[in-house]
Design a protein around this ligand. Structure first.
Ligand code: CTP
Ligand code: MG
Length: 222
């Protein structure tokens, strides 16, 4: 079974203030951390690294895998689509945000295992530890049942042909979702969860970078 990883690094980092994927942590750019983890997954043979078009030539990549650099699109979903279209043949695809440098090997291997066992997709998710409420114009509307709420992360693993199909369909109908699983769910595909972690946070703002640096250097954040 051919397993391809799509590593997304084509964002513009509006909330961060610059392209965070190239920020160096202990001498290595942020995106390289995920690539180092992907390198350890035997099942994955190929990586599609999605980059801003203007950065493709200057971006140096260290990998034991076959890495193809592809230009991203306007939205994250467009970047995933470009990556999927660049793959000649694959059985399973793993989508990962390079903004999550602390995804573990297990998150990748668990997702791949679930899809190999017959699920259409498997997403890394963490059971909510906080109570989540629906609020509309500063008024609390209701309290959701915490037992059923999960915080969703990446990697997300799917049957390649099925993910390509839902992306094509979403494009035709101009539907945008915040993750790939959403598009699969809309088409009735069966998605399961594999265990995430609070440490698998997404570097979104400068505050997150502070945390990431502390974790990498083994320092206390506060
Ligand atoms: N991403 C991408 N192509 C896009 C937008 C996002 O490949 N057009 C990638 C980012 O590089 C990141 C991941 O998707 O690894 C998650 O996106 P996010 O954290 O939102 O990053 P940015 O879009 O860069 O940040 P912002 O939304 O603040 O601009
Ligand atoms: Mg974004």
């Amino acid at each position: 079974m051919k397993v391809v990883a799509v590593l997304l690094a084509a964002g513009s980092g509006k909330r961060f203030g610059e392209k965070k994927q190239f920020i160096k942590l202990k001498g290595e750019p942020l995106f390289q951390y995920s690539l180092n983890t992907i390198n350890k997954i035997d099942d994955i043979t190929d990586v599609v690294l999605v980059l801003p078009e203007e950065d493709i030539d200057r971006t140096k990549v260290f990998s034991f895998k076959n890495v193809m650099k592809v230009a991203g699109g306007k939205e994250r979903q467009d970047s995933v689509y470009n990556a999927l279209k660049s793959v000649e043949k694959a059985d399973i695809v793993v989508i990962h945000d390079s903004a999550r440098p602390f995804a573990t090997e297990k998150m990748f291997t668990d997702g791949i295992k679930n899809v190999k066992e017959g699920w259409d997709g498997s997403i890394t998710a963490l059971k909510s530890r906080d109570t989540i409420k629906e609020v509309d114009r500063n008024t609390v509307k209701r309290t959701l049942n915490r037992e059923k709420l999960y915080i969703v992360q990446t990697p997300q693993t799917f049957v390649f042909e099925k993910l390509l199909y839902v992306h094509e369909k979403a494009r035709e109908n101009n539907i945008y979702g915040t993750d790939d699983s959403f598009l699969m769910e809309m088409e009735g595909f069966r998605i399961t969860v594999n265990e995430g972690s609070a440490l698998n946070f997404k570097v979104t703002t400068k505050e997150d970078l502070l945390l990431a640096n502390c974790l990498i250097k083994g320092k206390k954040p506060f």
